[in-house]
Design a protein around this ligand. Structure first.
Ligand SMILES: C[C@@H](C(=O)O)C(=O)SCCNC(=O)CCNC(=O)[C@H](O)C(C)(C)COP(=O)(O)OP(=O)(O)OC[C@H]1O[C@@H](n2cnc3c(N)ncnc32)[C@H](O)[C@@H]1OP(=O)(O)O
Length: 320
């Protein structure tokens, strides 16, 4: 939460104030189950609205991510949507209420009151936009605390994360998939940045992350054409890291089981080692080389001579 304060101060918000504003748009939940296997499952749960993000869900997302940060035995994270579909982005009811006070004076009234000032309509939308931005950014499921060299800046969770995409991932939902390390797509699923059709561009970091995943050319096509990316196209451009078997997909439990098996290939092993792997790769990707090299040396120091290392040396492991 220290970081939250630094970040929000820069934006002129206080944590409490943000929470209150977001709580004025209730509905749905973000559910977290931490499993013995070291893989946690985070469910975006608002099926009546195709798992759209209400304000209170944003607050919950931040809370769940904080819980994951404290989970030292954790190795992996699966983000899924409830009831066989991923997430349809912002809750359009809330967005409409803010954009047009006539639709729901109640929403806006509460919003204006909680912001402690009377705002004109044109001031309200960008303000809420920044609120959503702040919450999503600090709730980025790749938030990690890197070693001392880079202070306590949060870059990513030390977990290997996968977005399990069934049904639709639209708008902000498509952005959420890019905040994971990997994307698995079920047969018939679609990832679509519909922002252009909404008169928008991504604002939750989805464009910057998309460019890193599929490259600038593909990102331009996806955003410019608001393209519907199916599993085949997803694999082709590197957006999807795998496609679920048809036979198993369709039933939520089986899709989740398949995703757990897929992720298990990468999370098998001791937690400190898996977490260190995530750290060195994220710092290598996101930090200037000099800082990344220092970070790598520090992370190396956390596993060198550690239990897993000593055990491997003692058993004279052969990698045949
Ligand atoms: C740009 C970004 C941002 O703000 O930064 C955003 O995320 S903007 C949001 C981008 N997302 C969207 O534009 C999604 C628009 N929705 C759709 O295209 C469609 O609903 C699909 C998601 C493809 C599902 O179609 P399908 O025919 O299967 O079901 P449906 O349309 O009857 O949807 C079931 C119920 O979920 C609601 N619903 C769906 N998406 C919603 C959303 N984002 N916010 C609020 N409610 C939503 C529908 O209004 C409907 O409610 P009722 O049963 O009460 O009628």
């Amino acid at each position: 939460t220290t970081i939250l304060f630094i970040y929000t101060d820069a934006k002129g918000f206080q944590e409490k104030e943000i929470r209150e504003k977001l709580q004025a748009f209730p509905g749905g939940s973000i559910d977290l189950v931490k499993q013995e296997s070291g893989i946690a499952v985070l469910t975006v749960n608002n099926p009546a609205r195709m798992n759209a993000f209400s304000g209170s869900m944003m607050v919950e997302l931040e809370e769940r991510v904080s819980q994951l940060e404290e989970w030292t035995e954790g190795k992996g994270l699966i983000i899924q949507g409830a009831a066989g579909t991923f997430c349809s982005g912002s809750d359009l009811n809330a967005v409409r209420a803010i954009s047009n006070p006539q639709v729901s004076p109640q929403y806006c009234q509460r919003y204006i009151q909680s912001s402690g000032q009377s705002s004109t309509q044109s001031e309200i939308y960008p303000t809420l936009g920044s609120v959503l931005n702040v919450v999503i950014d600090i709730s980025n499921p790749q938030v990690i605390t890197l070693p001392s060299v880079v202070g306590s800046s949060r870059l990513a969770l030390p977990l290997l994360s996968v977005a399990l995409v069934e049904g639709n991932a639209l708008g902000g939902g498509a952005e959420l998939t890019t905040a994971c390390d990997f994307r698995l797509m079920a047969p018939g699923s679609v990832i679509q940045f519909v922002h252009k059709h909404m008169g928008l561009v991504p604002g939750w970091g989805g464009a910057a992350r998309l460019v890193r995943i599929v490259g600038g050319q593909n990102a331009l096509k996806m955003l410019g054409g608001a393209l519907k990316i199916d599993p085949e196209m997803g694999l082709q451009i590197g957006l999807a890291d795998g496609v679920l078997e048809g036979s198993l997909a369709g039933s939520g439990a089986n899709a989740l089981l398949e995703a757990e098996q897929w992720l298990g290939c990468y999370t098998t092993g001791p937690a400190p080692v898996i977490r260190a792997i995530k750290s060195v790769v994220v710092s290598g990707r996101e930090l200037p080389l000099e800082v990344a090299l220092r970070t790598e040396r520090d992370v190396f120091g956390t596993v060198w001579g550690g239990p897993a290392n000593l055990q491997a040396l003692a058993t004279k492991a052969k990698h045949k």
